[in-house]
Write a protein of this length. Sequence first.
Length: 281
Amino acid sequence: MAPQDAILGWDEDSNAEAYDAFTRAYPMYDATSRDLARRGHLANASLVVDLCGGAGATARAILDLIPARARVVSVDNAAAMQRVGRRTLTDARLTWITAPAERLADHLYAGSADAVVCNSAIWKTDTAAVFAAVAHILRPGGRFVFNIGGGFAGVRHPDELSIRTGPTLNALIRQVAAETQGYTPPPRDADRPPKLPMTTVTEQLTTAGLTVVGTEVTAQHSTMAEKKAWLSIPVFARPEGDFTHAQRMHILDTAYAMTTPDAPAVTSWLVVVAQRPEAAA
């Protein structure tokens, strides 16, 4: 079973294909990718790194903003994700490197990157090591832009509370599993300390030699239908525990039947912009 923050499973073809199909059918990853890319100030960039780039959803957003002469390097440790990306994203400005994020500095020259963008993944890495690697390859003044899921950062956008009209699909999944399978859920996210709060992020970025220049808690608006499609990707399927994927999909279908497809669903994100300080005059 993939753990709750989906660290494992990305190098499996079923996850890679399902994830890529989701990014093309629904706006979530496209919207967050474009938001991060915009914050990277890429209009005059020569080299941009798409870190933990997967099948290329964020690379697509970066390619739309960089000059024609610029390059994008997409770095991910899951060959299956990159196989999908290579097949579907063929822009000659894009290069793929299969490597862990922590080994980024092994593949790029010091001070060579104008920006590094990482969408929906930084909490799955050894962040202290990744921040150090990013600082090594950024040029002075270069930007590092990434986001952290609200549950992992310990933040919630007001919309997540004000727009909610009933139980979340995750809550209904746990309810159905408990009623039909005798499932005992683990402690709720709200009962756990956040995995990567801003205080930890700031401390690690500072240690790496990067300066936080901006943060924002944002809200990603979607629907129950989109949430169901996301939870159908094997690596994200619920509930946790000893269930087959078929069992999880049956539980998901049952839970989804208790919702309205176009009912709003809101996900909170902490967006962080850091920068390598300019060289002293």
